[in-house]
Design a protein around this ligand. Structure first.
Ligand code: F6P
Length: 333
């Protein structure tokens, strides 16, 4: 969400993006011939913002943008485009209303920023003749096709800062803090932030064991080295932090508290990594649309920005980083 603006900014302010054509008809679902591409590049194109995602498309909440519409927002959290969950778009009637809005404004290409649900919508629109390009945007890093989602790094840094603050109390009072990390069903935020804050134990949905016993064993092991305070990071997909804190207090004899970080994780000024990756992805998305290509999703794979067919992207399997989990386990004593 944070990076919607960054993307828009690039679309509008970079000279090349002037070619983003939402009015001129071009071949869809296939590459134009080189002459066609040259032609697109020479044309001046109109750009629009669609507020509240698919809901805005259904409601015709569409505004034309000018070259300065997104000035001075690159450093801001939140979103100028707003966000909404749209059930109506899953129905054919909703989809047809959205297509009617596109026709009304002469929209011939859309960049959709979101998760797998948004990409399914983008695929369905592409199938119905409106080329769409997906850009992965969520704090959760749970989109199967990409190593990285926009917003993830900002969120990681927020978690780290929050837990660093929590550590002050934990250390001074000799306590255990069980921290629940938002991240839907994905453990990436918890695992990476857990390493960054030196957690004694990390619990994520991808690696299930006897959770309580695992955490208690790790605290007991650390107590033997004379450590008196502990941070336990638990993914939202596991939950139960209050209960776990009570259990730790009883079994390990250390005063324990639970804290749920929640929506604080979703705000704040984007980090450098998020700003740069968002710009790269936005650039690539517009390049594809200018070539008349739709039904693709932009991803970061092995440090390269590439694109996949949306069907292909949606059918990939996400794997947990077992090596990183092992490292976390080894180094936290
Ligand atoms: O997908 C982002 C996310 O923040 C998840 O981490 C979380 O599970 C969910 O959204 C929370 O959604 P809501 O704000 O609707 O409760």
């Amino acid at each position: 969400i944070i990076l919607f603006e960054l993307f828009s900014r690039r679309v509008i302010t970079h000279e090349n993006y002037r070619c983003f054509n939402q009015r001129r008809r071009r071949p869809r679902h296939e590459r134009c011939n080189p002459c066609g591409r040259q032609n697109c590049l020479r044309k001046r194109h109109d750009r629009y913002r669609i507020n509240r995602g698919y809901q805005g498309l259904i409601d015709d909440d569409v505004r034309e943008l000018n070259i300065r519409s997104v000035s001075d927002i690159i450093h801001r959290g939140g979103t100028m485009l707003y966000s909404a969950r749209c059930l109506a778009f899953k129905e054919e009637s909703g989809m047809q209303q959205a297509i009617a809005t596109c026709k009304k404004h002469g929209i011939e290409g859309i960049v959709v920023i979101g998760g797998d649900g948004s990409f399914r919508g983008a695929r369905d629109l592409s199938l119905r003749g409106i080329p769409c390009i997906g850009i992965p945007g969520t704090i959760d890093n749970d989109i199967v096709s990409t190593d990285y989602t926009i917003g993830y790094d900002t969120c990681l840094n927020t978690i780290m800062q929050m837990v660093d603050r929590i550590r002050d109390t934990v250390e001074s009072h000799g306590r255990c803090m069980v921290v629940e990390v938002m991240g839907n069903k994905c453990g990436d935020l918890t695992l990476n932030a857990g390493i960054a804050v030196g957690a004694t134990a990390i619990v994520i949905p991808e690696i299930r064991s006897d959770i309580e016993q695992h955490v208690i064993n790790r605290i007991r092991r650390t107590q033997k080295t004379d450590k008196k305070h502990f941070i336990i990071m638990v993914a939202e997909g596991i939950g139960g932090v209050e209960e776990l804190a009570r259990k730790i207090e009883k079994e390990c004899g250390v005063e324990s508290r639970a804290v749920i970080l929640g929506h604080v994780q979703r705000g704040g000024s984007p980090t450098v990594r998020d700003r740069v990756v968002a710009s790269q992805m936005g650039y690539k998305a517009v390049q594809l649309l200018m070539q008349g290509i739709g039904n693709r999703v932009i991803v970061l794979k092995d440090d390269h920005i590439i694109d996949y067919d949306i069907y292909e992207a949606l059918n990939m399997q996400k794997k947990v980083d077992n090596e990183l989990y092992k490292i976390a386990h080894e180094i936290s004593i």
